[in-house]
Ligand binder design. Structure first.
Ligand SMILES: NC(=O)C1=CN([C@@H]2O[C@H](COP(=O)(O)OP(=O)(O)OC[C@H]3O[C@@H](n4cnc5c(N)ncnc54)[C@H](O)[C@@H]3O)[C@@H](O)[C@H]2O)C=CC1
Ligand SMILES: O=C(O)[C@@H]1CCC=N1
Length: 272
């Protein structure tokens, strides 16, 4: 697997997070990674080069001789990229894996030659620190071997599930966008600590570790989060007073609404 040849079309935030994650997980060597981007985004290519990856202005070069080519450009740029590479993607060529929000398998397959092997993925930025939460679904011509490649790539940088494509927009609204919600929560908890007199650095570190540890308890203990919450709330204690403040402010509704709005936005883009 350390020999897996990975191409990135697009070298921005998510491509860099995945490349760093794949390298630190030992899935592939930097020299086996190549990334493309237009000259106007030279700083993205410079960041990839700093990791030891090869870089190019040519999207076609990123399909040649790769095991997998990841499309990591904004959704509106995907049609242009698929047109660039169409003539160079043969059924025996690289697996095409898109991480673009709202771009369906049907759209990708229609833009590529018949029988092109495609998977659609939704990772998130914590792949950078090997704590990603990713899913993928396979296109009609993708083989079991292709699914294995997608699974091994994404599970090397966190957890990974294969799901039906109908889940993709909701996954985008939950875990694709979710790090932004989590960062807001960390920042706001730290603000609370600062308001109560804690130094900023200490407050951020305590808030972030509290989220990390709580998330770990949910994942490792396989216990419903409500049960774990109850165990922190002593009768008549301080935590239930804090929980009441959150409930009164509508925290649950706000988070449910965030996932719903982000999912709807992904759906709107899917239907464009
Ligand atoms: N940022 C995130 O947390 C996540 C993003 N995604 C998806 O990943 C994709 C990329 O997002 P980001 O990395 O955040 O965007 P970004 O704006 O940081 O990076 C986009 C990259 O595409 C390059 N690019 C633009 N036009 C190009 C072209 N014609 N050919 C080749 N490269 C081109 C840019 O130079 C840039 O390097 C999006 O489709 C997004 O939906 C998915 C999961 C999480
Ligand atoms: O905000 C976005 O459009 C992308 C997709 C998921 C995370 N970032």
């Amino acid at each position: 697997m350390a020999g897996l040849r990975v191409g990135f079309i697009g070298a921005g935030n998510m491509a860099q997070a995945l490349a760093k994650g794949l390298i630190s997980a030992g899935v592939t060597k930097p020299s086996n990674i190549i990334a493309s981007s237009p000259k106007i985004a030279q700083h993205c290519l410079d960041a990839m080069e700093k990791l030891g990856c090869r870089v190019t202005y040519s999207n076609v070069e990123v399909t040649a001789g790769q095991d997998v080519t990841l499309i990591a450009v904004k959704p509106s740029v995907v049609p242009e990229v698929l047109a660039d590479i169409r003539a160079h993607v043969t059924p025996g060529g690289p697996l095409i894996a898109s991480i673009a929000m709202g771009v369906s398998l049907k759209t990708m397959e229609a833009a590529l030659a018949p029988s092109s092997r495609v998977v659609r993925c939704m990772p998130n930025t914590p792949c950078l620190v090997l704590e990603g939460a990713s899913v993928y679904c396979r296109g009609s011509a993708a083989t079991d071997e292709d699914a294995k490649i997608a699974n091994r790539l994404l599970s090397s940088v966190g957890l990974c599930h294969e799901v039906p494509e109908s889940y993709l927009d909701a996954v985008t609204g939950l875990s694709g966008s979710g790090p932004a919600y989590a960062f807001l929560i960390v920042e706001a908890l730290a603000d609370g600590g600062v308001m109560m007199g804690l130094p900023r650095d200490l407050a951020i570190s305590l808030a972030a570790k509290t989220l990390l540890g709580s998330a770990k308890m949910v994942l490792e203990n396989n216990v419903h989060p409500g049960v774990l919450k109850d165990a922190v709330c002593s009768p008549g204690g301080c935590t239930i007073a804090g929980v009441y403040a959150l409930e009164a402010a509508g925290l649950r509704g706000a988070l449910i609404n965030a996932v719903s709005k982000a999912t709807q936005r992904a759906r709107d883009i899917s239907n464009c």
